[in-house]
Write a protein that binds this ligand. Structure first.
Ligand code: UDP
Length: 475
């Protein structure tokens, strides 16, 4: 980094895959918007700065995420004001000095948090540095939070002392207001996703362009991008130009519906088979997949959770037994199931050992760095209700079955998807499999949901947020 570059300190922790993904997305957007003018430091606040006893937070999170009842207890503990205040006081007492030292050493021009536990500790550290600032030794860098949850968010995301807050949805904006963050500081621009999901860059530095495709739902971002450099397309409607949220609407409170009219199970079947767009065919070929076979992608976040080992055999069995398989001759596959197990090696081995089902192709992989290609190859998605995965799937126009959610944190993402008309929630593997088989038997329904997903996706969120943050840097 040259001396004239502005320093942005990006605070996160590797709890799940989503926070690092958002951090990477924003870093790429800063470098695109301000080439050679910024340097960035993405740092895990707990393992790299705070140290013991917080250094094991990421592995503790993975342990809890695999045990939802335990996770719920921890989530509620952090929500209850007295226990939250006590924990924050303890964290500040133990690690406040290390955080202050890190800020003094790096001297950032702006601090950005993309993690729910990186607010108060850091804002307290900035307060402690206040006397130095007054003596002119250290300017007070602006502190910004980008919320990376989708349908709701834990109160620790919100500190009224934040200088600017970015939220992805009306529901999160309403929680921010309840937690005391001024609407004047709040911007609603979507959830930042990584660059392979973005649309093409705007000419002349103006607002980023929308989709380059003709609205065809199948031509998703990532189609052939990293594999072959083929056209990036995709869909978004909103560009969000830093509109202030004032006043936010309260979130709609409705029970998670199991009966969304158009999305459920096999309906009246269309005569047309499910056809892949040219971009989707190219992506499939680049990944070594069958180009013309209805394709479902199964993922479980960065940690491969959400019951993949039970879902996959149910899916292959249902798709193998589907009417399409019965009605066609020969040995060609009638469906393909792609499974991305993330960092969960044990689950990857179990899924890969699932019994083969005639005429259903099964592809299993561990952590992938080209998720946009895997999504670009699919017709629909089965996933736990992770915000990053949902936001990416919307941009790719993928209807989804949510198979699980982390209590508290991910629960609000379920109504976000179901009420948005882009998916259903099913816990039982056989029901999940029946939904997917029903969608493959009714391409018209699938295409209609895909168009709705594209309309909700915010492909340019990262760029829009980076530009809004750029306004706050003292250039
Ligand atoms: N992801 C990835 N490769 C994988 C599995 C997941 O890049 O093999 C990414 C995925 O695309 C998404 C993030 O990890 O951006 C998962 O975030 P999400 O919020 O869905 O769940 P989390 O892992 O944070 O619980």
């Amino acid at each position: 980094a040259g001396p004239s570059r502005k320093r942005i300190m990006v605070l996160m922790s590797d709890t799940g895959g989503g926070h690092r993904a958002s951090a990477e997305a924003l870093v790429a957007a800063f470098h695109e918007a301000y080439p050679d003018r910024v340097s960035t430091w993405v740092v895990d606040l707990f393992t790299d700065i705070a140290g013991p006893p917080f250094g094991r937070l990421p592995s503790q999170y993975a342990f809890l995420a695999a045990r939802p009842p335990l996770w719920r207890a921890v989530w509620e503990y952090g929500r209850f004001p007295p226990t939250r205040a006590a924990t924050e006081a303890f964290t500040t007492a133990v690690s406040g000095g290390a955080v202050t030292d890190a800020i003094r050493a790096y001297a950032p021009d702006l601090i950005l948090s993309v993690h729910p536990l990186c607010q108060t500790l850091v804002l307290h550290a900035l307060e402690r540095l206040e006397p130095r600032r007054r003596r002119g030794r250290l300017p007070r860098p602006p502190f910004v939070t980008v919320v990376t949850d989708l349908g709701g968010a834990h109160p620790t995301w919100f500190d009224p002392a934040v200088d600017r807050l970015f939220v992805p949805s009306d529901a999160v904006a309403a929680i921010a207001a309840r937690c005391g963050v001024s609407a004047v500081k709040t911007r609603q621009l979507g959830l930042p996703v990584r660059s392979p999901f973005w649309g093409p860059p705007a000419a002349n530095g103006g607002p980023a362009a929308g989709p380059a495709v003709d609205g065809a739902p199948a031509a998703a971002p990532g189609a052939g991008v990293s594999a072959l450099g083929a056209g990036v397309g995709g869909g978004t409607t909103a560009n969000g130009n830093g509109t202030t949220v004032a006043p936010p609407r309260p979130p709609v409170r409705r029970a998670v519906s199991d009966t969304y009219y158009a999305l459920d199970g096999p309906g009246k079947q269309s005569a047309q088979p499910l056809l892949a767009s040219p971009a989707k065919r190219v992506t499939r070929l680049a990944l070594g997949l069958h180009p013309d076979v209805p394709t479902v992608l199964v993922v479980g976040g960065g940690d491969g959770v959400g019951g993949l080992a039970a879902i996959v055999p149910a899916l292959t069995a249902a798709l193998g037994a589907s009417s399409a398989a019965a009605a066609t001759d020969g040995a060609a596959p009638v469906a393909q199931v792609l499974v991305v197990c993330g960092k969960n090696e044990a689950v990857r081995r179990r899924v890969a050992a699932a019994p083969a089902v005639p005429r259903v192709s099964l592809t299993v992989t561990g952590f992938v760095t080209n998720m946009a290609d895997w999504m670009g190859a699919a017709d629909c998605l089965v996933t736990k209700a992770g915000p990053g995965t949902i936001a990416e799937a919307l941009i790719c126009g993928l209807p989804m079955v949510l198979s699980a959610y982390l209590p508290g944190q991910e629960a609000p993402n379920v109504p976000f998807v179901v009420e948005g008309g882009v998916g259903v929630y099913r816990r039982r593997p056989r029901e999940i499999a029946a939904i997917v088989a029903g969608w493959f038997a009714d391409p018209t329904k699938l295409e209609c949901m895909s168009a709705r997903a594209l309309a909700l996706g915010r492909a340019n969120a990262s760029r829009d947020i980076a530009r809004s943050i750029g306004e706050m840097i003292p250039w």
